[in-house]
Design a protein around this ligand. Structure first.
Ligand code: FES
Length: 118
């Protein structure tokens, strides 16, 4: 199954070459219907839906605080703050958590799939 939307179990989707993902700079990578915010630290890669749950603001344009116990991104439109780990809302106006993705590096590519909250 090549089309991830056909697979309810959630297939991994390759987004970008591992070597092309910058360190400590937020980027947006699109793949089909996915618009993914990616942020790499020395330890790991965070992946969230790039469109703010409030009104769709582009999270990759917002400031990231990475060197704190709970890294956050601030939406550049109205200032909602989300945890990078699980997308929870730290400060509104957003009322819903930001969807997050699981991330892995496979065969030199950064891949994501929707994180299951089951
Ligand atoms: S669109 Fe992100 S806080 Fe409003």
């Amino acid at each position: 199954v090549d089309d991830p939307t056909d697979d309810p179990s959630g297939e991994w989707v390759a987004l970008v070459r591992d070597g092309d993902l910058p360190l400590e700079r937020a980027v947006r990578v699109d793949a089909g219907d996915l618009h993914v915010f990616l942020y790499r630290t020395e330890e790991r890669i965070f992946a969230l839906d790039d469109r703010c749950t409030h009104m769709g603001g582009p999270l990759h344009r917002g400031p990231v605080k990475a060197h704190v116990p709970q890294p956050t991104v601030t939406c550049p439109v109205h200032g909602s703050i989300f945890w990078l780990t699980d997308g929870r809302v730290v400060r509104g106006p957003a009322g819903r958590p930001q969807p997050v993705f699981e991330v892995r590096v496979n065969d030199g590519m950064v891949e994501v799939r929707p994180a299951s909250h089951a």
